[in-house]
Ligand binder design. Structure first.
Ligand code: A3P
Ligand code: MG
Ligand code: MG
Length: 403
């Protein structure tokens, strides 16, 4: 195939359901506070509810960013709030620039994922069999396409032996981020940077580095004063399956609800943390429901059973918490929401895209029968497009996808 039509979606809602396998953790790794890689669980964290009323902007480079527009001198009005403080150093709020933010401008390809798989193979003496190996984020983008025609993506793919490896096209990611940064936020609304800080601040307020029993009261109560640092991550590698495809996915998991189960085969009580604006209008409810699509897919793919949503005010005050069971989200959206998306369609779409299934009878093949032989392919969806393109961009080699 050179392109895969997303519409009509009806192709994916009729016929038989694609089967899915419960994701199972097969290995994990950690990045430490300086983003150093380790084949261990050192960055595993635990959920402990945060205090309602906390100010998520505290410690941000952009604290005070919600200064009303008319307060700003004319020359600063076109600047983003963060630039405002940089241009007005004498007015910096306490904690200015304390965020220890990860610089992810370098392209890490699939390196950490591959290192972990190599270690797993040498420990078990067995090859890690899969049709597809990628970061969870790539599968999230593919799986969301039926209900997210607006956004685009670019990935690179190559085959080695029987496995297809997919990475994000890093240059495209940086370009999109650059474009996003240059969107001037409306006066009185938070900048993208500040909202991103709120997400990490929420994690700092809601997590502890050890189990409840092992963590002191003092630590729990001092979380509001901790410097926010997003270098550390715990990443889980899972084996899962969608339709006829066996996948190995790697992705960050935020925390454990209690502790890892003692029996290796039992499901793990992972928790995903998210922030969202408290919906105030019908339009906000719709926006939240669209966000739930991403929350659901992201957690579904790694087998994260529970999501904690921290609802915040427009200016970043934590107002309430909601615990969502991941598996309940599609039903919630259909029955109590506005029904803007359908989880089964996402699953069936993905199964077809990866490996053409019986009911998809118009002769177009899936990814598995397209990425064959030598070379590198580009998997691309342009913004607002209704097709995913799969183009061979190099006739031989694996580019830098495989280190
Ligand atoms: P929120 O999801 O609460 O906004 P994750 O939820 O995947 O664990 O990511 C943690 C936080 O990282 C997010 O919190 C958000 O603040 C930030 N983040 C993740 N992806 C981002 C993106 N594409 N752009 C900006 N910030 C992002
Ligand atoms: Mg996370
Ligand atoms: Mg999170």
């Amino acid at each position: 195939m050179d392109h895969f039509d997303i519409q009509p979606l009806a192709r994916f809602v009729t016929g038989e359901r694609a089967s899915i396998r419960r994701p199972k953790e097969i290995a994990s790794f950690s990045y430490d506070d300086a983003h150093g890689f380790h084949l261990d669980e050192r960055s595993l964290r635990y959920y402990y509810p945060p205090t309602i009323g906390a100010d998520l902007s505290k410690g941000a480079a952009t604290s005070g960013a919600l200064l009303p527009h008319h307060f700003l001198p004319a020359v600063w009005r076109h600047l983003k709030p963060s630039s405002f403080w940089r241009h007005a150093p004498g007015l910096c709020p306490p904690g200015f620039d304390s965020f220890q933010q990860l610089d992810d401008t370098a392209d890490d390809h699939l390196d950490s994922l591959l290192k972990t798989i190599i270690d797993l193979e040498s420990r078990t003496g067995k090859k890690c069999q899969a049709d597809l190996v990628t970061w969870r984020g790539m599968m999230t983008k593919i799986m969301a396409t039926p209900f997210d025609l607006f956004n685009g993506f670019e990935m690179n793919a190559t085959r080695f032996q029987d496995t297809i490896f997919i990475e994000e096209n890093h240059a495209h990611k940086l370009e999109s981020r650059h474009a996003q940064h240059h969107q001037v936020s409306r006066a009185g609304t938070a900048s993208q940077d500040l909202m991103s800080y709120w997400g990490y601040k929420f994690e700092t307020l809601a997590l502890i580095p050890a189990t409840w029993a092992e963590t002191s009261r003092d630590y729990i109560e001092s979380r509001e004063d901790l410097v926010v640092n997003n270098h550390a991550q715990y990443c889980s590698l899972v084996r899962t399956g969608i339709g006829k495809s066996r996948l190995v996915l790697g992705g960050e998991v935020d925390a454990l609800w209690d502790a890892k189960p003692s029996r290796a085969d039992d499901p793990i009580n992972w928790v995903e943390l998210k922030t969202a604006a408290t919906p105030l209008s019908d339009r906000d409810v719709l926006k939240y429901e669209r966000k739930l699509l991403k929350f659901w897919i992201q957690s579904f793919l790694l087998g994260v059973p529970r999501i904690i949503v921290g609802f915040r005010s427009k200016n970043g005050i934590l107002q309430s918490l909601e615990e969502l069971e991941t598996s309940e989200i599609p039903r919630l959206v259909k029955q109590r929401g506005k029904g803007t998306w359908d989880g089964n369609t996402c699953i069936d779409f993905t199964a077809s895209f990866l490996d053409c299934v019986q009911w998809y009878a118009d002769g177009i093949e899936g990814l598995k029968s397209t990425i064959v032989g030598e070379g590198v392919w580009r998997i691309r969806k342009r913004e607002k497009a209704t097709v995913i393109e799969v183009l061979r961009i190099e006739a031989s080699g694996h580019a830098n996808i495989l280190s």
